[in-house]
Design a protein around this ligand. Sequence first.
Ligand code: ATP
Length: 446
Amino acid sequence: MEELTKKIISLTKRKGFVFPSSLIYGGFSSTYDFGPRGAALKNNLKKAWWNEMTKRQKDVVGLDSAIIMNPEIWQASGHLSKGFADKLSECKSCHQRFKDLEEDGKSTEECPNCGGELMEPRDFNLMMKTFVGPVEDNATTAYLRAETCQGIFVNFKNVMDSMRVDLPFGIAQIGKSFRNEITPGNFIFRMREFEQMEMQWFCKKEDADDFFEFWLNQRLNWYERMGIDMSKLRKNEIGEDERAHYAQRQVDIEYKFPFGWGEIEGIHNRGDWDLSNHSKHSDADFEVDGEYPWVIETSIGVERSFLAFLTDSYHEMEEGREDDSGKKETVLRIGRKLAPTKVAVFPLLKNKESLVEKAEEVFDKIRKDFASIYDETGSIGKRYRRQDEVGTPLCVTVDFDSLEDDSVTIRERDSMKQIRVNIEDLNKVISQFMKGEEFISLGKEV
Ligand code: ATP
């Protein structure tokens, strides 16, 4: 594994972003838990996407559908047939399964793991099976959804009728998806349980190409506004033979991870594949004005984009950020909207009761409006470094002058500049900063 990925994994574990799951039982393959900072960052990411889709964009409404649905849905969508299967070669001795051996220039007869004999490649379905009810048989078999959008398609008419929306319009949803990935890996890049943020845009067939361009541009624009380094983002037009089974056109948005370019979001023209198939397999009539609407989909993974934003913001050993012993430290230059903690509050000294009391007062005032923490241990320099490493944009220090003039010093993570602000204006100033105002314009520079 690359050095940088190792460092990021270590930071995320040490600082409560991501923990390997079930660790006390030896872990569980490619499964991760999100710690307090990771959960906050993930929620901020989901909120930013939800606001973008259902508030900033016009004519998109939200939905929250079930994870386990009628299995016939997956028959109709094509997920239970070949369209969602991988061809794998299984070893007769160790029973490990391998994908794409021939494409990777490896032997299709000898097991790469134990040297045993490989069976002929077979289809393995990626859908995760479960049973609903106490009896485990074919009649009770159900599946955990492999993509959130099928819940959107089957509710197409419910949404149209209840919300009085007409073409073109979109439905957005955030939620867990499950895939029995054969080769999960690269930390949280490929997992078996993950979250998707999907938006299905229903439109007339003749408008589908234009809307494809529109949504592709809107999505790229969102990443830019979220502060990602655009030189590390690229569009990848997927050829016909590599496209998903439902796609007429597919462009992947890829990020340059330390391990190479990887898809974080797919923009798909699904044609009328889903609505027409559900109409064929069920009693539903999904036609509008005698035709099936076409669907442009934007589908982004929460964990993959989390990893992209985290990797993008990781800056190591920066000059000018030495701690008291001269050691340079890491800074997470994560966007204001995504940062798990927005403000840290410090008393200058922890053994001066009046300073501690005042700092606690300030903390109480701030924490009602902003995710914030209080820290009184170590030198101020050390406390700044600690917050830089986890991406906290602002640090507020209560000093001896604060006791006299009711003002505090705010220090900004990226510029390391400091301003003096009245305590009574503090929440307003932080709020303006969070909205994107330039830090230095918000107070008197010190
Ligand atoms: P890949 O080719 O990498 O398997 P995909 O083309 O199958 O991905 P889509 O079906 O287009 O992915 O899913 C949309 C998004 O969902 C992806 O861009 C990705 O962000 C996320 N996603 C898909 N599979 C996984 C997974 N196993 N783990 C984490 N995120 C995933």
